[in-house]
Design a protein around this ligand. Structure first.
Ligand SMILES: NC(=O)c1ccc[n+]([C@@H]2O[C@H](COP(=O)([O-])OP(=O)(O)OC[C@H]3O[C@@H](n4cnc5c(N)ncnc54)[C@H](O)[C@@H]3O)[C@@H](O)[C@H]2O)c1
Length: 284
């Protein structure tokens, strides 16, 4: 049976856009955000974004009203999970926080609810031990900005059933995305592994004083035809998101990546990227 109700947990940069994209494509969507300030920020963003679509002529007021009628923002996890056909977890990239949350979620949803994680790097088997009926668990990985980027990676774990994979591939297509199936778990999936190789070199070149971040970004854009340089990309996706990935690799594998100290310094200074108007670059 086709899925109709989607719950997104975490209304941050990714969660809010995944949720809105899903509502635009006809699903009933609940976004669950547990931090009051973030919840208010999410409501304001939604109003502003949709008003902008109308003023640019991209959506009619009737379409916006219909999307709003399908879109709920709540801090009540149990209510948000109760009737969901699919739950997409999009909270902070922290293993323990995701373990705590996904354990709770699998107690609150129906037995046939698909549970997906939008983690950037962690494969879903990381959480299979806390999820009841883990055959309904998989990665559904979106890209920033999720309202615009066409790709989603669907990652099948050994615990994931083919039915869950089929449902996620259909969900991606129905919500305007093109899914790429990752048939075997690998941290970082496809795109982030390719991107990592590029970023490692980008950090090495700057850390060793070969060029500035600005010149490196210019070279990658004009020499390779990429729409954005690696440093601009980190500012857009969040310097803290990148830091958490490098920190985890350092803690788990003892590998300290090029640029680790540079990124740690930015995070300690609160320069988390575009979302706070300061990262590798300033945006004021
Ligand atoms: N930013 C990107 O480019 C990008 C791309 C793909 C996937 N992701 C992944 O999506 C997820 C969310 O990333 P984001 O960029 O939206 O981050 P974000 O910082 O913008 O949002 C994080 C969300 O998690 C919530 N949160 C924080 N701590 C929590 C906790 N302990 N329990 C429950 N909720 C908590 C926050 O309130 C917020 O809603 C991460 O797993 C990230 O790796 C990010």
């Amino acid at each position: 049976m086709a899925m109709k109700k989607c719950t997104v947990i975490g209304g941050g940069a990714m969660g809010r856009q995944i949720a809105l994209n899903t509502a635009i494509h006809g699903y009933e969507v609940a976004v669950c955000e547990s931090f009051p300030a973030a919840l208010e920020g999410l409501k304001g963003w939604l109003e502003e974004y949709l008003a902008g679509r109308v003023s640019k002529g991209r959506m009619t007021q009737e379409q916006v009203d219909a999307v709003k009628a399908r879109f709920t923002v709540t801090d009540d996890l149990a209510a948000a999970c109760k009737d969901a056909d699919i739950v997409i977890e999009a909270i902070i990239e922290d293993k323990q926080a995701k373990l705590d949350l996904l354990g709770k979620v699998s107690e609150l949803v129906r037995a046939d609810t698909v549970i997906a994680t939008n983690s950037s790097y962690m494969v879903s088997s990381t959480f299979a031990g806390v999820v009841k009926d883990p055959e309904r668990l998989a990665n559904l990985h979106y890209f920033m900005p999720a309202l615009v980027m066409k790709l989603v990676e669907v990652v099948k774990g050994e615990h994931t059933s083919q039915q869950t994979v089929d449902k996620l591939m259909a969900f991606a297509t129905e919500t305007g995305k093109t899914p790429a199936l990752v048939q075997k778990e690998e941290d970082g999936f496809i795109v982030n592994n390719i991107l990592n190789a590029i970023k490692e070199e980008a950090y090495r070149l700057v850390a060793q004083g070969v060029c500035t971040t600005r010149d490196l970004d210019t070279a990658v854009k004009l020499g390779l035809g990429h729409p954005m340089g690696p440093y601009e990309l980190d500012d857009m996706s969040g310097v803290d998101v990148r830091y958490n990935v490098l920190k985890r690799r350092y803690e788990e594998k003892g590998v300290k990546s090029h640029g680790y100290d540079m990124i740690e310094k930015l995070v300690n200074e609160g320069r988390l990227g575009k979302k706070v108007k300061h990262g590798f670059y300033d945006y004021e």
